[in-house]
Ligand binder design. Structure first.
Ligand SMILES: [Cu+2]
Length: 148
């Protein structure tokens, strides 16, 4: 499974089309902001990161699991030297989150050990710091972790 992310797009207000002159002016300001944002975007590949993940065992069961994250840039080149902190949460309240650090096993290939303490739906949050200092976050939904 591959998730790809661009820098976040500017939000256009919902009422953009329905609110006469004010909305129209806001639209122009917004468009101008978009232009500025795209002009000031750094050139090069760091604006675009692809992360492939693999969790084993498959399907996931209560207990230990391993996640492998393949991180690459727009041209498919592995991103090495990234720091990836992982947080695991269940979708319901009242459980404390789990934390893990991914280790780079091969260039651009990061591995971490996870613990799923309960059956049900989980969310894995990735906090990724690229070597150039850029940070990004990803969310991976793990639905239906099975009882053991
Ligand atoms: Cu739970």
């Amino acid at each position: 499974m591959t998730i790809q992310q661009r820098l976040p797009d500017q939000k256009v207000p919902d009422h953009f089309l329905t609110q006469g002159l004010t909305g129209w002016l806001a639209g122009i300001v917004c468009a101008a902001t978009l232009l500025l944002a795209s002009c000031s975007r750094p050139a090069g590949s760091s604006a675009f990161v692809a992360i492939e993940h693999e969790i084993s065992p498959e399907p996931v069961r209560v207990g230990s699991a391993t996640i492998i994250l393949k991180v690459s840039d727009a041209s498919g080149k592995p991103i090495t030297g990234a720091h990836i902190a992982i947080e695991t949460d269940m979708s319901h309240a009242g459980m404390s989150p789990g934390f893990a650090e991914a280790k780079e096993a091969e260039p651009g290939r990061y591995q971490a050990h996870l613990e799923f303490q309960m059956a049900g739906d989980w969310v894995i949050l990735l906090h990724i710091a690229q070597p150039d200092g850029k940070k990004l976050e990803r969310q991976i939904d793990v639905r239906g972790v099975r009882p053991n």
